[in-house]
Each structure stands twice: as C-alpha cells, then as structure tokens.
Design a protein around this ligand. Structure first.
Ligand code: PNW
Length: 442
C-alpha cells in the first residue's frame, strides 16, 4: 500500500456502505414475508458451495439497530440497503403487506436519527417466487409488477429515502440468473436470456415514473461495469472484445441514456415494443456504478457457443474470489463512461466497491485486513483521479458493511468492513473499518 496521504475530496462527497436484503436480513419467515427465488434456489442441492441458505444470514432483520450503530460509527453520510420485494408483496402482486414495510420504516427512521441518509435499492435479485412461476423477468408483465411494487414502497418511504435505486446489476442478474444459471432462478438460456435485459430495463423506466409521482428524492440504477482488456491482437480478438464490451458495459446503459440498444450478442428486437425505449430513457439523477475488476477477452475457440472467451489477467494481486485487484480499471472505467456518454451522463456514484479476503480474528479477537485497506486505498485514489480529470463522481460506497451471505458462495466469502461470526452473530469491526472511518473523518 502506498503511504502517500489520501487526497481531499470535494465537500458534500457521499461516503457510504452497501448491503442487500437477502444477503443480510435472515428472518425469512417473519412479517408475513413470501418466498423468493433465492429461497428456492438455495434449497436445491449443489447450488450453494457450503449448502447454506439466507434463512439466517446476518440476522439483520433483528439486529438492525446494532448495524445502524456500526454504520453511524463509520461517519458515513449514506447507507445503501435493499428492500425485499417478498416482504412488501409476499405474492408479488396486490396490496402492500404493512408488516413488511414496517421493518423498513423503522430502519429508515433509525438511519435518519443517526444522521445517515437512507439509500434504498428496490430490486437486489430476490424476486417473489410467484412471479418466477409466471416466467420471471422473461415475462413482460414482471416490469409492470415491479412498477406497482415501487409505487407501494414509495408511498410509505418516499418522504424519507434520500436516493432510490431501482435495480441492482441487471446485467449480472441476467447472465448469472438466466444465462448460465449459477444464480437464482438457475436458468441456462445463454443468449436467449435477452428478454430479461429488456424487461428489467422496462421495469426500471416504469418504476422511475412511479417513484417520481410519490417522492421528490433522487432516482438511480446501479449497473455493474467491467472495462474490457483485449488479450491478443488479431481482428477476431478485437471483434470479441467489442462484443463483450457491448454486452457488459453498454447493453444496460446505452438505452438508459437515450441511445437505444447497441449491437450486442443476443440482442433480439422482437421483444422491444413501440414506446419502450422512451420509457427506459426516463431521466435519472445518478448513475450507480458497481465495480470489482476488469475482464480479459480474446477471440473464442472454434465451435464455442460464445462470441468471446474470458481470460484471466496477469500481473495483478488477487482477492479470495480470485478476482484481480485493479484500481486502474476503475479509473479507466470512469473515464470511459465520461468519454462515451458526455453530456448525457448524470453524476456517478460508485455504489459498490470492495473485495473478499479470508479474514479471521486473531488470539485477541481483532481482525486485521491490510489487503482490504490496500484495495480500498487504491480504488478511492482512482476515484479522486477521475474527479480531477473532470468525471462527475459524487459518491463512493464500500461493499460491504458486514461479512454476509455471498450468493452461490454462501458464507465462504467475506466482503465486510465488519467481521461477522455467524454462529454467535457477533460483529467485530476490522482494521479496514477504522481505516475507512479515519478517511471520512479527515
Ligand atoms: C455484486 N461477477 O455481485 C452484488 O451486487 C453483490 O450483491 C455481491 O455481494 C457483490 O457484487 C460481490 O460479489 C456480483 O461474477 C456477482 O462478475 C458476480 C459478479 C459481479 C458482481
């Protein structure tokens, strides 16, 4: 890690931490919550590496007051959480379940009392199971259902949530959930999953309209981005890199920012109806950027089902997920977004940035995570550099406040600033927590 002091950030820069409902809440059977696709998926043998489910996770549904205190103790100005759709509409449709919304009401009030802005994501992958039974995001009707849920939620919380995020990483949900099936709902449609992109984006646009009608707060979407590093120098490598870039970095952003769909693999205009692109391009106030790593791409082998091949990038340290630690990729990505969309680009907030390491308490019960400090130090500097170069970045959220249930990896990957001992649910701030607190305090 560099010892050069961290640079100052503009006044009003939003420092935050992020979590998501299914990964931390547990208590899946209380408040009249209905089943989600992740309850179903996690129960299927072989889906989750350690055989765990999110039934308990971090028990945040019961321990939220302690988690608000941990958040406030960091001195962050914002906390990004997600609302579990199955708590608000247990069946995925119909009137709001008041008991489900009561929990988020208390959470939001607790955050505000602690001086922390609530930033609420409406969909972080936990679709009500009844909607999946009707086709999930392959079904156009799910977009309308999503807008209805957004309306019910904003009617209750719209006066206090400071920033709404409609969808989390629709690209990852489409590719892992419907393309290759390593996430819920576990479908393997490869490029036939394109309708999932369009229906999520349509749901986003309809939800933006619903939120605007109920709330004067800012509205955003959180996309996952990964700058593409072309490996190899043939024309075929160039074509492959361009195809992957269109899929990962443009499919969910070009139409949002008014450009229509790019020419991306799997793009099937058949599901796009007249007027949809206008709905999708409804102005947003903030573009949420989730960044973890760049992607190496070269031309595929003959006969591959994919128009590109992913290759590991050499020369970077790696996290416990084996993801490369590449802060230069964040700098590159922010510059790319700025160059690509120029005047159409709203202010960016980095809504997720973080890393997994095998953090274990020492004999004194302390958790030292110097790799995470180095990771965050590098990424915070990358953001600062981008701001210096004129990219409008107004916030940075660490993924995550807590170690939590990491989807198909179960409890085996720890991303938190706070260590969680799952058997006892004891929370222990790691040294990165202190580091981040001190960074914000300066
Ligand atoms: C994001 N990939 O997921 C999610 O928003 C979080 O819920 C998650 O815990 C975090 O990143 C860490 O994984 C991703 O395969 C899952 O490239 C997979 C990928 C990227 C992001």
């Amino acid at each position: 890690m560099t010892t050069v002091p961290l640079p100052d950030f503009p006044a009003g820069f939003r420092w935050g931490v992020s979590t998501s409902a299914y990964q931390i809440e547990g208590a899946t059977g209380v408040d009249g919550r209905g089943p989600s696709i992740w309850d179903t998926f996690a129960r299927e043998p072989g889906r989750i590496v350690d055989g765990s489910t999110g039934d308990e996770a971090c028990d945040h549904r019961h321990r939220y007051a302690e988690d608000i205190a941990l958040t406030a103790g960091l001195g962050v100005s914002a906390y990004r959480f997600s609302i579990a759709w199955p708590r608000v509409q247990p069946g995925g449709a119909g009137p709001a379940n008041a008991a489900g919304l009561d929990f988020y009401d208390r959470l939001v009030d607790g955050l505000l009392a602690a001086g922390v802005d609530p930033v609420a994501t409406l969909f972080h992958w936990d679709l009500p199971q009844p909607l999946e039974d009707a086709g999930g995001w392959l079904n156009r009707d799910t977009a309308a259902r999503f807008a209805e849920y957004a309306d019910l939620t904003a009617a209750r919380l719209g006066d206090r949530v400071k920033l709404w995020i409609t969808l989390n990483e629709p690209f990852i949900h489409m590719t892992l959930g419907y393309g290759i099936g390593t996430h819920a709902p576990g479908r393997m449609l490869l490029f036939d999953s394109f309708p999932v992109a369009h229906h999520q984006l349509l749901g986003h646009g309809l939800a933006v309209a619903a939120l605007r009608a109920r709330s004067t707060s800012e509205v955003a979407i959180a996309n996952n981005y990964s700058p593409v590093r072309q490996v190899g120098d043939t024309d075929a490598d160039r074509v492959a890199a361009r195809a992957y870039d269109a899929l990962h970095n443009r499919l969910f952003t070009d139409p949002l920012l008014g450009r229509g769909y790019p020419d991306a693999p799997g793009f099937d205009p058949a599901v796009v109806r007249d007027g949809d692109l206008d709905v999708i391009a409804a102005p947003i106030d903030v573009l949420g950027v989730n960044y973890y790593n760049p992607t190496g791409i070269r031309a595929p082998e003959e006969g591959s089902p994919l128009p590109f091949e992913m290759v590991p990038l050499d020369g970077y340290p790696r996290t416990a997920f084996d993801w490369p630690v590449a802060p230069d990729g964040l700098r590159e990505l922010l510059g790319q977004l700025h160059d690509r969309y120029r005047d159409a680009l709203p202010p960016i907030q980095v809504t997720e940035s973080g890393c997994a390491y095998d953090d274990v308490p020492d004999a004194d019960g302390r958790v030292h995570d110097p790799e995470r400090i180095a990771y965050l130090d590098g990424h915070v500097r990358a953001v600062h550099e981008a701001i210096g170069a004129g990219v409008p970045v107004t916030g940075y959220f660490v993924w995550s406040l807590l170690d939590n249930w990491e989807w198909a990896e179960g409890f085996t990957k720890r991303f938190g600033l706070v260590h969680v001992d799952y058997p006892t649910q004891r929370r222990t701030p790691k040294s990165s927590y202190t580091w981040f607190r001190d960074l914000i305090r300066r």
